[in-house]
Design a protein around this ligand. Structure first.
Ligand code: ZN
Ligand code: ZN
Ligand code: ZN
Ligand code: ZN
Length: 453
């Protein structure tokens, strides 16, 4: 059993249901590239690829075959492993494994580890097959993402089928799949009902993300409910809010403009909150919480495995041990009741680190690194990113077919080290890998702009 988005695409490729073209490069023979069908679009470049949710429309997908992996992808992941051994970092206290997290993981074939060199991480306790569940955490809070408000039940995260829609008449912001779910969500919803209708305006006026504000608010209601001490039988399975409190906010790493917008959103949000909710957190704590959401929240996928990112939540206890790799061996999967599972997508050796992907692994290398730096504050050194660019299949994710020789490709990596994020690359050259024709960077930018449209 293969449970993964690109696994599904791989099957489509095998069934010849999407157009594909195999790059005949023996070292990378297990990378397949589906083709944009440049002939149909009147383009003469082939390899600008973009992931799409539905491969059926013949657009562009890179498919990572799950077996016969090239040797370059069999190396261990080195993420976080290159911290300097001297200086201040060695004086930092070593990270620890929360005993609650360790206890929770007992039912899974996984060992949670924390080392100075690598930070927190999860390791396979034995050899694992593909499709094995290696983590299951219920969120402290989660929300249905705004585009899916009426499609997904706000209590159980399952699809709302035809005719079953049960909504809150007052706010028209909460929807459920059944009267049971509606009743079960009632206590929580009472705290939210009067505030939710103000969300869109608050987010728009502050120019900050609507779903960020919604999840922020949901977390505050969780904290409130916890503070009051729910009755034992009502206690939700979710990870307690105090674990969210322990997360690092990385506030100093966020852009000023972003912090400013969120601050503004928080102020307006607070003007709509009841006194009892206001007493739970102050402005500053809300801003910290927003930063934690940006660094630590997870997309909780469709519970029916349809590869739609329908909800967003905080699962701060065990899920955070699964680090990022652009060549992951696991994926997140949403499951009922607002919980997040992690499953293997290929065979994993005993002792191998279990890694998921935080960003689109079909995006070019520089885009992945840029996104990870912006949102997760690290420079990706995964086993895929440390393969020299000109030897990596990554180079085709952002390449153009040479117009002169019509055979070679112009490949480029505009951000190859962290410093390039600020200044761009000074030494970059755009050269055909076959006829060596040099291309002006401007003309590449023009081409990119055209494709991006
Ligand atoms: Zn439901
Ligand atoms: Zn309501
Ligand atoms: Zn990477
Ligand atoms: Zn050429």
């Amino acid at each position: 059993m293969v449970i993964c988005d690109f696994g599904q695409m791989w099957r489509l490729v095998r069934q010849r249901r999407v157009d594909e073209e195999r790059i005949s490069d023996p070292a990378e023979s297990s990378y397949w590239y589906t083709n944009i069908r440049p002939d149909r679009l009147g383009l003469d470049r082939v390899f600008k690829m973009r992931r799409t949710k539905t491969p059926r429309n013949g657009r562009i997908v890179v498919v990572d075959v799950l077996s016969d992996r090239p040797p370059c992808l069999e190396m261990a992941d080195t993420q976080h492993a290159q911290e300097p051994k001297n200086g201040t970092s060695s004086k930092k206290p070593a990270p620890t494994v929360n005993p609650v997290a360790a206890a929770l993981m007992k039912e899974f074939p996984v060992t949670l580890q924390a080392t100075r060199a690598k930070g927190r991480h999860a390791v396979a306790a034995k050899a694992l097959d593909e499709g094995v569940m290696v983590n299951h955490e219920f969120a402290t809070s989660w929300i249905v993402r705004s585009p899916f408000l009426r499609d997904i039940c706000h209590h159980c995260n399952d699809e709302i089928g035809g005719g079953r829609l049960q909504g809150c008449e007052r706010c028209k912001w909460a929807f459920y799949c059944s009267t049971e779910c509606k009743a079960a969500a009632n206590d929580r919803h009472q705290l939210e009902c009067s505030v939710l209708p103000h969300m869109i305006r608050t987010a728009t006026e502050a120019d900050c993300d609507l779903d960020l504000l919604r999840l922020l608010f949901a977390l505050i209601t969780s904290k409130k409910r916890e503070k009051e001490g729910q009755k034992e039988e009502e206690k939700e399975k979710g990870t307690p809010f105090e674990i969210v409190d322990e997360l690092i906010s990385h506030k100093e790493s966020f852009k000023k403009e972003w912090l400013h917008a969120v601050k503004k959103g928080i102020e307006t949000l607070r003007s709509h909150m009841s006194q009892e909710l206001l007493s739970v957190v102050d402005n500053e704590q809300m801003l910290e919480l927003a930063c934690k959401i940006n660094s630590n929240s997870h997309g909780f996928g469709d519970v029916r495995g349809r590869n739609r990112d329908v909800s967003l939540g905080m699962a701060p206890l065990t899920a955070t041990f699964f680090n990022h790799s652009c060549a992951p061996n696991c994926i997140y999967q949403g499951s009922k009741g607002g919980s997040l599972q992690v499953r293997t997508i290929r065979k994993v050796n005993a002792g191998e680190e279990l890694v998921v992907h935080y960003v689109d692994i079909f995006a070019p290398r520089y885009e992945r690194r840029q996104k990870l730096m912006e949102t997760k504050h690290f420079w990706c050194k995964c086993k895929r990113c440390i393969v020299p660019f000109d030897q990596s299949p990554d180079r085709f994710l952002n390449a153009y077919k040479c117009r002169k020789c019509k055979k070679g490709h112009i490949t480029f990596d505009p951000i190859s080290k962290p410093e390039d994020l600020k200044n761009g690359r000074s030494d970059e050259e755009y050269k055909c890998d076959t006829c060596k024709e040099e291309i002006e960077p401007e003309s590449i930018n023009e081409e990119s702009a055209k494709i991006g449209q």
